[in-house]
Design a protein around this ligand. Structure first.
Ligand SMILES: Nc1ncnc2c1ncn2[C@@H]1O[C@H](COP(=O)(O)OP(=O)(O)OP(=O)(O)O)[C@@H](O)[C@H]1O
Length: 375
């Protein structure tokens, strides 16, 4: 992709993105909602045209040699376009025909794709009766038909339950063995476990790329040391500030004569020995010392924050376990209090059903049940 730009009216969704994809590697496009991942993938697959810039797949320009370029790509959009009144096999045979797989090879290719995606036991069900996870598999199987070199997956695990997420992720890992895979995700842990290389996109710009480890290392402003030493905060802080290279010390706790602190360390330097020696010399023996390096999460936050993206914080927060927000706590508190006093303030504005209405509703429901039982 070279200098790819996409405008929707005056909105710049993709802003001069260039990158090259090596064969046989799993790439992750990582970015918060609205960063431009789907737009980028839609352009890559020839689904959308770019405002400017070029895409070339295995030497074929996506506009000038569209058929040849698209033949190299298997695409699973965020919402796979399935014909839900077909069975997986019927649908896949149809896709194989669209992809111009030779008639003699179609049945075998469909069989193989169903096999790889674990669809065999669902082959006679209508797609509309399949779970979201199985529908996703049908979409993946369709992407595999025609043996494309590159598989492009847009948010492949969105909307799946945890068991389905695990299955689809292991399937993607398998695909990565024989294909070049480009997937998009806003889930950091997914990208760092599945992908060999990560491209971080924020506000339509490519802000960083590298292996998850490289990103975590290369982009850190340095690591930090977490230290616990015996002594008062002032003494501990002053001792550490005497060490060349230490410019920032943050006291994080004080208890029973012990002080905990975090020290920022410049990139590439190891100050553990110097800091321990300085503390010992100041009469503050070190009780604990650990190095904390930046995780991919930190890097992501740092980069997207640089791009002025507040949604990045949301992405991280959404990955934490569900927690109660202050307004939820108020609601729970109200519910508990009013339960004690017998009031239901949260129902105050809702329409209260009339008692007679309720009685009639229940009676007719009971009559229907009895009738059903008799039948
Ligand atoms: N057809 C369209 N018309 C106008 N604006 C659009 C259109 N499609 C996307 N956008 C805008 O372009 C930006 C990038 O959208 P895109 O869907 O590529 O982001 P994304 O990173 O895939 O986000 P998500 O994870 O929510 O799918 C967003 O601000 C979006 O609102």
């Amino acid at each position: 992709m070279e200098h790819l730009t996409k405008r929707y009216g005056s909105h710049l969704a993709v802003d001069d993105i260039s990158f090259e994809v090596e064969e046989g590697i799993v790439y992750g496009l990582l970015g918060p909602n609205g960063a431009g991942k789907s737009t980028t993938m839609n352009i890559l697959t020839g689904y959308l045209s770019a405002t400017s810039g070029t895409v070339s797949i295995d030497g074929h320009d996506i506009l000038e040699e569209a058929s040849a370029a698209k033949a190299c790509v298997g695409y699973l959009p965020e919402q796979p376009p399935l014909y839900v009144d077909m069975t997986p096999r019927e649908y896949l045979m149809f896709v194989a025909e669209l992809k111009k797989v030779k008639r003699a090879d179609r049945a075998a290719q469909v069989e193989q794709a169903m096999d790889r995606t674990g669809l065999a036991e669902m082959e006679h069900r209508l797609i509309k009766n399949l779970s979201k996870g199985y529908r996703q598999r049908v979409g993946l199987a369709a992407a595999l038909l025609g043996s494309p070199k590159v598989i492009i997956l847009d948010e492949p695990t969105v909307g799946l339950d945890p068991a389905q997420v695990i299955e689809i992720r292991s399937l993607i890992k398998e695909l990565g063995k024989d294909h070049t895979v480009i997937l998009s995700s806003h889930i950091l842990s997914e990208v760092s476990t599945l992908c060999d290389k990560v491209l971080i996109i924020a506000k339509g710009k490519l802000v960083a790329q590298g292996t998850p480890e490289e990103l975590a290392q290369r982009l850190t402003a340095g690591s930090s040391l977490n230290i616990t030493a015996l002594g008062e905060a002032d003494a501990v802080m002053n001792a550490m500030l005497t060490v060349p290279g230490v410019s920032e010390v943050q006291i994080t706790g004080q208890q029973n004569g012990e002080t905990s602190a975090t020290v920022q360390v410049p990139q590439g330097e190891d100050l553990r020995a110097a800091v321990s020696a300085a503390l010992a010399a100041a009469g503050c023996p070190v009780l604990g010392l650990t190095t904390a390096s930046m995780s991919l999460e930190d890097v992501f936050l740092q980069l997207t924050a640089q791009a002025g993206d507040e949604e990045a914080q949301e992405v991280l927060e959404n990955q934490e376990e569900a927690t109660l927000r202050p307004e939820d706590l108020d609601f729970v508190q109200n519910a508990v209090e009013s339960g004690e006093s017998g009031e239901k303030p949260w129902l105050e504005n809702s329409e209260q059903p009339d008692e007679e209405e309720l009685r009639q509703e229940n009676a007719s429901a009971q009559a229907e049940e009895e009738e059903a039982d008799e039948k």
